[in-house]
Every structure is written in C-alpha cells, then in structure tokens.
Design a binder for this molecule. Structure first.
Ligand code: NIG
Ligand code: FE
Length: 419
C-alpha cells in the first residue's frame, strides 16, 4: 500500500528549489523560493509535489483520507537541515580545557601539551564499540530534535587503524539504525599521535599505505579529510594524504586555515576538494582559487564563537563567488554543540550573512558540500521527504529569536520522527 502524507497550509514553505545541480553562489544564495500557504504531497517517502494548499487539496482530494495529515498552519516548512561537518563519533567531554581557555590558555597550547584532540583520542581508544555507539546516538537524537536530518561524521579520534575503523563502524551502524542519514569521512589525519610527535612522516606513510587503503576497501568512508594547520599537518603532507585518498576513491576535504593562514584554501583548489572548511584565515588568493575550482566553503561559526576567535570573512568569501555552507563542527573541544539553528543565528549576527543566505547554507549548499544534493537539501519532486517544520510565523524569525529551539515536527524519508 502506498504511504501518503500531506503537510498542509504552512505560512511559508521554503523549497530551496533550483539548485540541485550546482550550489547557490553570490546573490543566488539570497534568492530563496518561498511559497505562502504552501503544502506538500508525499508518497512512499518521496516528495511528489509542492504547491499552493488549495490546489493540492483539490488535486489529491480522493486520496486525502488515506494520507497522514500534518497541519502546518502558522508555521514554516523547510528542507530537513543538513550538517556537513561533524566529529559525531567520539567519547568524553573536555570542559576542563574550556575552563583553562577561559583563563587564557590557547587551543593549540592545550593540544601541544597532550590535551585537545589527544585527550579525546585517549577516551575514544578506550571506549568499546557499544559505548561509542550509545554516546554518539544520544548526540544524533539531539541533532534530530533541532531539525537536522543528515549529518557528515568524521573519524579522527582513533589515530590507529583499529580505532579509526571502530569509529567508522559505529557511524555505519548508526546509519542503519537511526533516522538521521550519516555520510562518513575518514580523518585519520586529524593529529599526529603524541608518541610519534617527533616523526610525523612515519605516521603520514602509515595513513597512506595502511589506513586509507583499508578504509576504502571496506567502503567505510566517502571523504578523506586532513587538519592542515601549523603544528599538525603541513600543506605538503596534507597534499600527499589527500592525493593518496583520491587514488582509492576517497574525495578530499580539508580543515583549512582555521588558526593561521597556511595555504589550506589553495590546497583545496589544487587537489579538487569538494569543500574547504573553517577558512577563518584563508588568503585572498586561496579564496579566488576555490571560486575558480568550484570548492564549497563550509563555515563553522560555532568554533570561532567557542574559541573566542575572529569569525570567517563570510561576505568576502561569498562575494568572491565561493558557495557557502554552514555547520556546527560538533566536537568536544572547539564546538560542543548540536544546534545548527544557532549557527544560522551566528551566521547573521557575527558573519553578516543574510537570513536567506543562512537557510541556503544549511540546506541545499550543505547537501552539495557532502555530495547528497540529488537526494536532499530542497523540497522538490522526487527527492527524499526530509522536512523540518518550525513553529515560527516566517523564516526571518528563525534567525531573529536566537538560541532557542523552534522545531515543531521533523519528517525523515516521509516518516514523522519528531512530533
Ligand atoms: O574542526 N580543527 C580540528 N578539529 C576539530 C577540533 C577537534 C577537537 O578539538 O577535538 C575542529 O575544530
Ligand atoms: Fe572539524
């Protein structure tokens, strides 16, 4: 029997239509398609049609009785939000480091002394598959409650083949069990293990010769990410790691120019990365190269906020013609949040993005940053019915009433998963 759903009469349906082939750039990011008094007809988990409420009611009137009906009067409907950069699977928290940073220690000082990523690596190595699964599942549940229906998830707190595989296996299991879709990234190049600090080349070789081939062979990841930062991986090492991933079918991503300018944006363009993420200190040349090569910029304002750093120059990046997505960077050290709506607030208030741009950046452009725009990111016929209903009268209110959860209902592949 066909499963039918009718979402009716929303104040505004923000469809994000028209950008499934290519991400929205420049002024396209502000031109969002809004339908007033809009409805959506869904069959077997897919969107069949979006349109004015009266028209769809008339067209589907003979089937309306069989459909699950969700009244969205007074509310807005958007594509399910997409978080294109998270470190979802990890163990433990680092509130002690937060307290240290509030007293003046820097993120890199803490990491250099064996804390930071290394602290979470120790906790993650110790955790069993089941423990990691339970911790990560709780975070996913919270993502869902905040309107997110797809996340990217990176490994990178294992740093040995065994523990990197454990993280990726947990993500794979969660992808099977949880309503949120998870797209995995291998990030063995997140840090050089503490005990190999003096010989990073050996670790780079192990990444290239052992870990990348095994991860690819087991089909545990779609992307390969590197923390290209002074004191972590050099641009030269990053390039070798990303090129090696490409040979095994893993698409490059980069943590680029987060703390210092380090030619990360340039490298993203050179290797043809799908995205370069952070970009707080990206050079003008790097931004230009990204625009020319069509690399999406994933901005993580929660990280700048939490590290008390300057925010990425979003306006400059958008005006240079780079498509922008927004993400939480969910992780225990630099961004312990799951709220993508709060990233929208920060995008507007701290990076001078428009309310329209931040919606584009958390839906269709976020989908492009993780290669799923054919299935998600907009409300268009044929796409998966991943839909969030917010209890606000118009989309402006989403970025205006900040720091609170406006989610009313979440629908994932045509099923109501948050009521
Ligand atoms: O994206 N910059 C590197 N990785 C993460 C932080 C990871 C951590 O501190 O545990 C980031 O900010
Ligand atoms: Fe990150």
């Amino acid at each position: 029997m066909v499963q039918r759903m009718f979402i009716s009469n929303a104040n505004q349906v923000i469809t994000m239509a028209g950008h499934s082939d290519k991400p929205a750039k420049k002024e396209e990011m502000s031109k969002i398609s809004i339908m007033e008094h809009g409805s959506i007809w869904i069959e077997d988990g897919r969107i069949v049609e979006t349109g004015p409420d009266d028209e769809l009611r008339e067209k589907y009137k003979s089937q309306l009785e069989d459909a699950q009906q969700i009244d969205a009067s007074g509310k807005i409907v958007t594509p399910g939000l997409i978080d294109p950069h998270t470190h979802l699977v990890h163990a433990g928290t680092r509130e002690n480091e937060y307290a240290m940073r509030l007293k003046g220690k820097t993120y890199m000082e803490i990491m250099g002394a064996g804390g930071g990523i290394h602290a979470t690596t120790r906790a993650t190595q110790k955790a069993s598959h089941e423990e990691l699964y339970e911790e990560s599942k709780k975070r996913l549940d919270k993502f869902l409650l905040h309107g997110v229906t797809t996340v990217e998830a990176k490994s990178g707190y294992g740093l040995t083949l065994e523990h990197e595989l454990k993280q990726l296996e947990v993500a794979k299991q969660l992808q099977k069990d949880h309503s949120i879709d998870i797209i995995s990234t291998f990030m063995g190049a997140h840090a050089v293990p503490m005990d190999e600090k003096d010989n990073p080349e050996k670790f780079v070789t192990r990444l290239i010769e052992e870990m990348i081939p095994e991860v690819a062979e087991r089909k545990l990841a779609v992307f390969n990410d590197v923390f290209c930062e002074r004191g972590v991986f050099t641009p030269k090492q990053s390039k070798r790691i990303l090129e090696a991933g490409k040979k095994h079918g893993l698409i490059p991503k980069i943590h680029a120019d987060e703390i210092e300018p380090y030619a990360g944006a340039e490298l993203a363009a050179e290797v043809g990365a799908i995205s370069a993420d952070h970009l707080l200190k990206a050079s003008d040349e790097g931004i230009k190269a990204m625009a020319e090569r069509g690399v999406t910029g994933v901005l993580l304002p929660g990280t700048a906020f939490f590290l008390m750093a300057e925010f990425a120059p979003a306006r400059k990046i958008i005006e240079a013609g780079v498509a922008i997505a927004l993400s939480t960077d969910q992780n225990p050290g630099s961004s312990p949040t799951i709220s993508l709506p709060f990233m929208m607030n920060l995008g507007c208030l701290k990076m001078e993005m428009t309310p329209e741009e931040v919606l584009t950046a958390t839906t269709i452009n976020a989908a492009h940053a993780i290669g799923c725009a054919d299935e998600a990111g907009s409300l268009e016929a044929g796409k998966k019915a991943d839909i969030t209903i917010f209890d606000v009268p118009n989309y402006l209110t989403l970025s205006y009433q900040y720091g609170m959860n406006h989610v009313d209902t979440v629908i994932k592949a045509g099923k109501q998963v948050v009521a």
